[in-house]
Design a protein around this ligand. Structure first.
Ligand SMILES: [Mg+2]
Length: 394
């Protein structure tokens, strides 16, 4: 059932959606460095499967509580069953149009993200093309992943970076944990100093304050002073230095800080990004494809950022499917330089038949197979989901 004005005249190739499923991931949820820390058994991510009539299944990923995601899929599925799986934009827009009164911008938008990713995956599988080609073409075949790690005490931080450096990463982002949470600039600086000392010349270091955490205690003056310190250690960007709604603070910080200011990972829908981009709040915007509304929405956000001279780095790092979507968009969105890669997460490294691997230069190859170009491994995934059968993995 498609409640769209053009439904009756539409004579496009048609592949009916038959079933929609959501399975939360549990058992090895990684720590987030949050004030109230994530436990391994907390379902903070979920996998989406969309089945079609005699056609392929598409898979997607959602970053929100798995119980909420499961219930949201029950609400949205009737709008998708019978709709055209070959129209990711139109079928997703129908979800936005018919759910605005039930939590627009929240869990429903997060879940629509996973559904949209799955629909792009189906379109790619049916046409035999990678999503990047369907988005308009590939500017890149490889992209640099930055290894994303939680901050820790200086000696531990140094050892952790050395461990991942030896795995082949050339760029690192450290964040959250104790940083900015002790009212002690020297303690913050000691962590950054230790991290930088673990990296040879030419290796990149980024810093994420994680000010979207509960009860973030700092404001603009802390951010300005810390930005100065980070610049002395040749830090490549300063992320979430202010609470996510502090538009005016970000505008001032970006004007005065001498290193790039980044943010936007908690925003959803293009409308939320609009004032931040128009007012000049960020040097780099970091939308999360598993939250903002999916690949279709992220493309609007990317285009809006590019029109304002703002760079883009995706934040879909939380599962192998989110990263796979980020890789396709890195290929298709000009001037994308990085993807985020969480260090040591089972949900990224332990779900695929062919896991992601770094080349000798620390780069990730962007898959060129149909759709997202990756295949979930049912044997591996069964460790983290209760109902593996509904995903119908081969
Ligand atoms: Mg972040």
């Amino acid at each position: 059932m498609i409640n769209s004005p053009a439904a009756e005249q539409n004579t496009s190739p048609f592949l009916a959606i038959t079933e929609v499923h959501c399975v939360p991931l549990v058992g090895e949820s990684p720590k987030g460095g949050w004030a109230t820390e994530i436990r391994p058994e907390d379902p903070i991510h979920a996998i989406i499967a969309i089945h079609t009539k005699d056609g392929p299944t598409g898979y997607g990923s959602v970053f929100t509580n798995g119980h909420l995601a499961y219930e949201a899929v029950k609400l949205l599925a009737p709008l998708l069953i019978g709709a055209n799986a070959l129209e990711p934009g139109r079928s997703t827009e129908n979800l936005h149009q018919n759910s605005f009164w039930m939590g627009r911008g929240g869990t429903l938008t997060n879940v629509i993200s996973g559904l949209n990713i799955a629909l792009w995956d189906i379109l790619g599988k049916v046409t035999g093309l990678p999503v990047s080609t369907l988005l308009g073409g590939r500017y890149l075949e490889k992209v640099k992943p930055y290894c994303s790690l939680l901050m820790d005490e200086p000696a531990v931080m140094r050892d952790t970076i050395v461990k991942y450096r030896e795995e082949g990463y050339r760029a690192f982002k450290i964040g959250w944990g104790p940083f900015g949470r002790r009212d002690n600039y020297r303690s913050d600086e000691a962590i950054i100093e230790a991290a930088r000392s673990a990296l040879p010349e030419g290796y990149e270091l980024f810093v994420d304050a994680g000010a979207s955490d509960a009860y973030w205690p700092n404001g603009l003056k802390w951010a300005l002073r810390t930005a100065e310190m980070l610049r002395d250690y040749d830090v490549g960007w300063f992320e979430e230095a202010l609470v996510p709604d502090d538009l005016e603070g970000f505008v001032t910080l970006r004007r005065q800080a001498m290193l790039p200011i980044t943010g936007g990972e908690v925003l959803t829908r293009r409308q939320s990004f609009q004032p931040f981009l128009e007012r000049g709040a960020f040097d780099i915007v970091q939308p999360d494809v598993t939250k903002v509304g999916g690949i279709s929405e992220q493309r609007y956000i990317y285009e809006m950022a590019a029109a304002h001279g703002v760079a883009y780095v995706g934040h879909g790092w939380n599962t192998a499917l989110g990263l796979a979507a980020d890789l396709q968009m890195a290929a298709a969105f000009p001037n994308t330089r990085y993807v985020e890669y969480i260090g040591g997460s089972a949900y990224v490294d332990g779900l695929l038949k062919t896991p992601f691997s770094l080349d000798p230069n620390g780069m990730l190859t962007i898959p060129h197979g149909p759709g997202l170009g990756v295949q979930l491994d049912p044997g591996k995934l069964a460790r983290y989901v209760r109902d593996i059968d509904v995903l119908r993995l081969a």
